[in-house]
Design a protein around this ligand. Structure first.
Ligand code: AMP
Length: 399
């Protein structure tokens, strides 16, 4: 059992760093996707059920300097109250200062207080220790449940932890879920372990591939980044996406993989288009024989079949990045085929973790969310975790 599950919050004020950085409609400020708010509800409810009270702090958007109406967390109060089954949610229009302290002081068990946007203070992103100390005075226990910002050494995500003794700082359920599933893949992966890496750019994924070379048995490379690898091997890629300054990196990665006995799978064929458009003309071609004037926008049927075979014999699967331009119908078959295979492998007992903004969007769009073992919500944080970096938000709580 985890520290959080075992802790009895009765009579205590829990200061929780949540990730309520939800998208808001520009005109009406209505919440357009409440996934991140919903994710935090079990953590909040556990504390309330124990007989504790909850003080929530988060950032929202990227305010430039000081308070900005459109980034106020007050827009979230009503919906949060609904998600908590009608519990009243108090709001403090500052995250520190007299009103916040007074309200926090008077809170009774079962009550919830939402603080105003942390990033209205530049000290938050600077990781200012005295700002963190001021925040720490609001609660008796610090709970970090914001995986999405765990890779930032900000005041409320990392620096604040030092102001609480070890037994009074911990992860909430969201963070625990993220950390446990990432650890399982990184350090306790049952083999064969297949990593599926896609998306637009090689440069964004070099570090993750390098780290996975130490752990995975197979690495599937799809999406726009595959064409840099194709060209590095002397293939003709037409006007497909290519990072010419990464050709050497791509060759080196392939060499390293060979030396370490890791199988790299590149798409044998591609769905190619004469234009980057939903209504482009399309055909299938070998990925290293793409005619001039054409570009690869999805993995082809042969590649999808070969990738699916690798996935189906895996016991651990990590998936980051789509196989093609899945936002357009003509180029989503490859990503869909991979989602299908990951779902089938999971059903047969494999552990599958999907993470990174666009692969999560794809899994949601195709309705596979419930068919994989774990969907990570932290894009940048997840990527850095799998690059092998220590995330400040995690390290500070564990220290
Ligand atoms: P990333 O954020 O690096 O994971 O990249 C995701 C984006 O890559 C998505 O918006 C896809 O549309 C795009 N993408 C995937 N495959 C290709 C491709 N073959 N050519 C251009 N863009 C692609």
């Amino acid at each position: 059992m985890s520290q959080f599950s075992q802790h009895n919050f009765s009579g205590q004020k829990a200061l929780i760093r949540v990730d309520f950085n939800v998208p808001l409609d520009k005109a009406t400020q209505a919440i357009t996707d409440d996934t991140r708010m919903k994710a935090a509800i079990p953590t909040i409810q556990k504390i309330l059920k124990d007989g504790g009270s909850v003080i929530l702090m988060s950032h929202l958007g990227r305010p430039k300097e000081g308070p900005e109406e459109k980034y106020s967390l007050k827009h979230l109060v009503k919906h949060l109250s609904e998600l908590l089954g009608g519990t009243t949610v108090l709001f403090a229009n500052d995250c520190i200062g007299e009103q916040a302290y007074l309200t926090a002081d008077m809170m009774k068990p079962g009550e919830v207080l939402l603080l105003e946007n942390l990033r209205f203070y530049k000290e938050e992103e600077k990781g200012d220790a005295s700002f963190a100390e001021k925040l720490s005075k609001l609660g008796d226990v610090y709970v970090n449940d914001a995986f999405g910002t765990a890779h930032r050494a900000h005041a409320s995500t990392a620096v604040i932890a030092q102001f609480f003794p070890k037994e009074k700082r911990m992860f909430g359920f969201v963070m625990e879920g993220e950390v446990n599933s990432a650890e399982k893949v990184l350090h306790a992966a049952e083999k064969p372990f297949t990593a599926i890496i896609g998306g637009a750019k090689v440069s964004d994924k070099i570090l993750i591939i390098e780290n996975l070379l130490e752990r995975a048995t197979d690495i599937i490379i799809g999406g726009g980044m595959a064409y840099t690898f194709m060209k590095a091997q002397g293939g003709k890629i037409g006007k497909s996406l290519c990072e010419d300054d990464r050709l050497q990196t791509a060759s080196d990665l392939l060499e390293n993989a060979k030396a370490k006995g890791v199988n790299i799978h590149l798409p044998a064929d591609s769905v190619i288009a004469d234009n980057f458009a939903a209504d482009a003309n399309t055909q299938t071609a070998a990925s290293n024989e793409i005619p001039d004037g054409w570009m690869g926008l999805d993995v082809g049927p042969e590649a999808a079949k070969a990738f699916a075979e690798v996935i189906l014999r895996s016991k651990t699967i990590l998936w980051n990045g789509p196989m093609g331009v899945f936002e357009m119908e003509k180029f989503q078959k490859g990503t869909k085929a991979i989602a299908d295979a990951v779902a089938e492998a999971t059903e047969k007992g494999a552990f599958s973790l999907v993470g990174g903004g666009d692969s999560v969007a794809a899994v949601n769009q195709f309705g596979y969310t419930e068919k994989v073992s774990y969907v990570s919500t932290g894009g940048g944080a997840m990527l850095e975790y799998f690059e092998g970096k220590e995330l400040p938000g995690i390290a500070a709580v564990k220290a």
